[in-house]
Design a protein around this ligand. Structure first.
Ligand SMILES: Cc1cc2nc3c(=O)[nH]c(=O)nc-3n(C[C@H](O)[C@H](O)[C@H](O)COP(=O)(O)OP(=O)(O)OC[C@H]3O[C@@H](n4cnc5c(N)ncnc54)[C@H](O)[C@@H]3O)c2cc1C
Length: 393
């Protein structure tokens, strides 16, 4: 395909789309446009000088099922040895909430906290996909895996891989407007100048794409606008010593008890390799808000980091009896980070697909807004979109 494909958005979905495009020799030019100054989107890790890792987004990825195996196979293929060596499994492999408390898991996963469902629970089986890493995951019975230096290692390694394959990567380059040209290409307006693309893969959130589309694509923009996302407060805490009174991946909080707190992840139990060096420590992450943000905490725009920290500390004290002052606390407020698949979502997805098909728009949509929010789902959606695009050529 002697054509230019632009990928909008450098989160894991956009990076994965570039990866699958770059593996196909027939695509002549791939350009990744990321609006912010960093790649990875919600994959964000803080690494401290004493060796600890704090995840502000995803922390554990499921190896099971076809989408889980797909992700591990991509990692093995990126073939950066250090990255493969850095893949490691959750420590309490036999202890997932799903197997211990299936009813709670299902209820919480479906209704209350998709994020915690992702961090604590699992995904289904699917077709056979094999690689050294998937075989290792199976042999060692991983229930989830992470990367020794944090999940952000993944976008870092992907960037290196993509640059090596000639993909043009531009940060601080938000798409501002999309216009269709007479020969059915896109003219993409950027802060400085514009670029013409034969095809666009959008990996930005649905709401962001709805603001870029031309007036002629209003029916599509209207569907996209309805896919809204909720905000989540993420508070990472570190304590001296192994202070947890129980073991496990974490716990979920029913909304009837405290609507502000979604749950607490026991990171130091699940991934002890990411604890600081030296004396024992406990790392926890308190997840707050989601669909209950406004009701339980307040307007995301008006809530301070101190407020979030106070609520998180109070929850940890009352749920786990930890009253010591944390030795480290990192607070993040992720605005509109989790798309909500509300009633009618699947119908909207069908309408969007039909619209793209009938209008012959040179556009594919990938990412968490559409068909699954897990990292595995995002990578799988990118793979499918690139497959469709290449078959159309
Ligand atoms: C707190 C939290 C915990 C999570 N935990 C887990 C977990 O444990 N396991 C799991 O599997 N999943 C988890 N998830 C879900 C998963 O991390 C996300 O669904 C996934 O990372 C979304 O990736 P994405 O590339 O689709 O979108 P994003 O990460 O949102 O990336 C979109 C990118 O587009 C860019 N962008 C936006 N507008 C423009 C524009 N106009 N021009 C150019 N660029 C633009 C943004 O800057 C961003 O980089 C979690 C998510 C959150 C927020």
């Amino acid at each position: 395909m002697q054509k230019t494909v632009v990928v909008a958005g450098g989160g894991i979905s956009g990076l994965a789309a570039c990866y699958y495009l770059a593996k196909n020799a027939s695509v002549s030019k791939i350009i990744l446009l990321e609006g912010s100054s960093r790649l990875g989107g919600w994959l964000k890790s803080t690494r401290t000088e004493d060796g600890a890792v704090f995840e502000h987004g995803p922390r554990g990825i499921r190896p099971a099922g076809s989408v889980g195996k797909n992700t591990l196979t991509m990692i093995a293929d990126i073939a950066i040895d250090s990255l493969c060596r850095g893949v490691f499994a959750g420590d309490c492999r036999q202890l997932s909430v799903r197997s211990c408390l299936p009813a709670l898991y299902e209820a919480e996963r479906k209704r209350r906290s998709i994020i915690l469902g992702l961090a604590l629970g699992g995904e289904g089986e699917g077709p056979r996909i094999d690689s050294d890493l998937t075989r290792r995951a199976k042999r060692e019975r991983w229930s989830q895996w992470s990367l020794r230096r944090g999940m952000e290692t993944l976008p870092e390694a992907m960037e290196e891989f993509l640059r090596g394959r000639g993909v043009e990567i531009h940060r601080d380059t938000p798409l501002q407007r999309l216009e269709r040209t007479v020969d059915n290409c896109w003219k993409i307006t950027l802060p400085e100048g514009s670029v013409v693309a034969d095809h666009l893969i959008s990996a930005v959130p649905a709401q962001a794409l709805s603001r870029l589309l031309p007036a002629s694509a209003e029916p599509l923009a209207a569907e996209l606008r309805q896919i809204q996302a909720v905000s989540v407060g993420v508070v990472n805490l570190q304590y001296d010593g192994a202070v947890l009174p129980i073991t496990g991946f974490g716990h979920l909080v029913p909304s009837s008890e405290d609507s502000a707190i979604l749950g607490v992840v026991y990171d130091s139990v699940a991934f002890p390799d990411q604890n600081r060096h030296g004396a024992p420590s406990t790392r926890l992450t308190v997840m707050m808000g989601g669909a209950w943000f406004e009701k339980g905490i307040g307007e995301p725009d008006k809530v301070s980091h101190n407020q979030l920290l106070r609520r998180a500390s109070k929850a940890v004290t009352s749920h786990l009896g930890l009253s010591a002052t944390p030795t480290r606390a990192i607070v993040k407020l992720h605005k509109d980070c989790l798309p909500q698949y509300t009633v009618g979502h699947w119908k909207r997805i069908e309408n969007i697909s039909k619209y793209l098909e009938y209008q012959l728009l040179p556009l594919n949509l990938v990412g968490a807004s559409y068909e699954g929010v897990s990292v595995n789902d995002c990578i799988s959606s990118a793979q499918k979109a690139v497959g469709r695009l290449l078959r159309q050529q």
